[in-house]
Every structure is written in C-alpha cells, then in structure tokens.
Ligand binder design. Structure first.
Ligand code: 21W
Length: 197
C-alpha cells in the first residue's frame, strides 16, 4: 500500500520510521512518500499562505502551491485523496478497515487556519478528523491514519492480531501480565500461572 503525504512539515513524520510501521516500510509492504508543499512555491520567499479574504485570524494555505504539490504525484488516477480536517468525519475502526483496502491514499495536511476551499473542492475525495479537540495541523492526524490503517495490511503484524478486533470489538480485552510473578507485593492472578508459555 502506498501513502503520499502533502505537508509543510515532512520532518514531523520521523515516528513512522521506527517500530512496526518502520519495519513495514523497510520490508516493502508499505510505501510512505513525504511531499513538502513548500517545494512547490514559485515565490522568491517560498511563501505558501496568505491572509484570509473577509478577515479573521491566522493565515490560509494558497490554492496554487497545494495544487502543484498534488500534481507532482504520479499514478494518482485511482488514489483516494483525504484531507485531514477538524470539520471531517471522525475516524473510527470501521473506517480504518475500509481504508486498508485502498491501494493508494494521498493525505493532505493543513496547517495554520486551513486551506483555500477552491483547491479542496478540486482534489479532495473525503475529509477526516481524528476527534473532537483542536490540534495545530493535520500532520499528527495523518500519522494516526497511517498507523491504524497499516496494521490491516497483510504481513505488517506478526500474527493476525487484527482478526479478533473486528469481530468482537473490545469484548475480549482483558488485563495482561508478564514476569515477574510478584511486583510490589502484587501477584499475577493464579488462573494464569499454569498457562505460562
Ligand atoms: C485547527 C485548523 C483549527 C483550523 C474557518 C475559519 C486535522 C484536526 C486537524 C486546525 C482550525 C484533526 C476556521 C482533530 C484537529 C487540523 C488544525 C480552525 C477555524 N474555520 N482532527 N476559521 N482535530 N487542525 N479553523 O484539529 O488540521 S484532522
């Protein structure tokens, strides 16, 4: 599965280079391309945003630079374009499983107050939020989406740890223990001790 990420802050995506996701990239199960929107600014000062028409606080990312960054992505005809946005539909596990069936996802991360609506209308298929609280941009939400979706790609997790999740929701969740048998005077439940591996 391939992700292309359009962002002003590609350096925020370092966490995807370690652990399970980092290994999946190394093994070629997953491809994550970071595209720096600023690289597509034609302005001598590399300007990417401007004040909003009608006034209001903050800055708005300009259409053309976002559009040019998007158009630099190859083979995007079948890709799903997702804009991470506080106004989007909240991500849940059902949506995560659905997205894991896509071959190619393009993630657009806003920063500042948002992105000019005209380029969003032009390129975005779907808007997704990660919850009802305010962040500074779409980069951490994009990483949440990549992390949650990638778990469902065959070979990313060791066994099929995702099977029980989709069928039984969190009904099968239970407290877990490992060595030592006694910690701060608290013993591991007796019933588990005979089933040690
Ligand atoms: C937060 C951008 C607030 C803009 C019109 C005029 C992506 C996010 C984000 C951010 C505003 C997600 C406005 C949960 C999030 C994100 C940055 C305010 C107000 N509209 N999921 N002014 N929470 N946040 N815009 O914040 O980009 S997914």
């Amino acid at each position: 599965m391939k992700f292309d990420v359009l962002t002003l802050f590609p350096e925020m995506f370092e966490p995807l280079k370690v652990s399970i996701i980092g290994k999946a990239v190394q093994n070629g199960l997953l491809e994550i391309n970071l595209i720096n929107i600023r690289d597509f600014s034609k302005d001598k000062h590399k300007k990417v945003d401007d004040t909003p028409y009608g006034g209001g606080a903050g800055m708005v990312m300009m259409s053309e630079v976002v559009y040019d960054a998007y158009n630099s992505i190859s083979n995007k005809e079948k890709a799903k374009v997702i804009y991470l946005s506080p106004q989007g539909k909240t991500l849940n596990q059902k949506k995560v499983v659905e997205l894991s069936k896509e071959e190619h996802i393009i993630l657009l991360c806003g920063h500042y107050e948002g992105i000019d609506q005209r380029v969003l209308d032009e390129i975005v298929d779907e808007e997704i939020s990660v919850g009802d609280y305010v962040l500074t941009g779409g980069e951490i939400p994009a990483m949440i989406l990549i992390d949650s979706v990638s778990r469902y790609i065959k070979g990313v997790l060791k066994e099929d740890s995702t099977k029980e999740e989709s069928f039984s929701q969190d009904l099968l969740e239970y407290p877990q223990y490992t060595r030592p048998e006694v910690f701060n005077g608290k013993k591991v439940p007796e019933v588990l001790l005979s089933r040690k591996s």
